[in-house]
Each structure stands twice: as C-alpha cells, then as structure tokens.
Ligand binder design. Structure first.
Ligand SMILES: [Zn+2]
Length: 142
C-alpha cells in the first residue's frame, strides 16, 4: 500500500457546469485530440457543483494532480474556482454550499483513514492560485 502523507485540494479552474466525467475525459484524452494525454485522471475525487462526490481514481493508485507530490498524495478537486465571465479566468472561490459541505465530509473521511496526512492546497506546492482559497488554513482543524 502507498503511504499517504498529503491530501491536496484543487479546483478545476473551469466552468462550474462541468461534470466529473468531463474533467476525466480531458485529462485522459490524447494530446493530439486536445486532451492532456494522461494515463489516469488528475484527481482521486471530484466534487461537482451540486455536491456530488465522484471517485475518479482508486486511492491505491497515483493520480496526476500535483507535480512532485503525487506518489504519497490523495488529490481532491472541486469543479470551478475561476470566474469564467472574465478575461484571463481570474481565480475566485466560487465553491457552492453543497461543495463546501461535501469537501468537509470527504476531507474528514480521508483524515480518519490517513491520520498522519496533512491537508494542503495545490498552491502550497506550485505558483498557482489553485484551489482559489487557502485550504491549509481552512481545514487546519480537521
Ligand atoms: Zn490544482
């Protein structure tokens, strides 16, 4: 079994209307067809705007969410995180109430399963806004 020491929160940085299936399709579609060409999707769990938690990669497998950290990480993502009405898609914390609830449920569950793992945002490892809020601080007490 892999050792999990990080739970990393992401946003899709796309439309809130996207589904988990849309995200997985883009990640795994060949580059020649406009996808990322990855073997597995970027996240273990994707939370849709309605709060639905979709499991997209088994926890026992490595997902592709955070360069350099994936080997020992569970990647969790909510759909959204940018203002698609604005030029340059600026980051915005547009988590729906349902997504906030589901994030809490999922992160609590993961913390129980991996008690030594800490919760981070993607931004703690890269020069990115992802997940458009400070996950490390918000979930420090979970
Ligand atoms: Zn990310």
């Amino acid at each position: 079994m892999r050792t999990i020491d990080k739970i990393i929160v992401h946003c899709t940085a796309g439309s809130q209307r996207n589904t988990a299936a849309d995200v997985v399709r883009i990640h795994t579609m060949p580059k020649s067809r406009g996808g990322n060409g990855w073997k597995v999707a970027g996240y273990h769990y994707i939370i849709e705007a309605n709060g639905k938690i979709v499991s997209t990669v088994p926890e026992t497998e490595v997902s592709n969410g955070c360069y350099g950290q994936n080997q020992h990480a569970i990647n969790v993502c909510y759909i959204g995180g940018v203002d698609i009405a604005k030029r340059g898609l600026p980051p915005v914390d547009n988590r729906t109430e349902a997504q906030k609830k589901s994030l809490l449920v999922l992160l609590k569950r993961l913390r129980e399963k991996y008690p030594t793992a800490k919760i981070y945002g993607h931004r703690d490892f890269a020069k990115k806004a992802c997940p458009s809020f400070d996950a490390k601080t918000e979930y420090a007490d979970l």
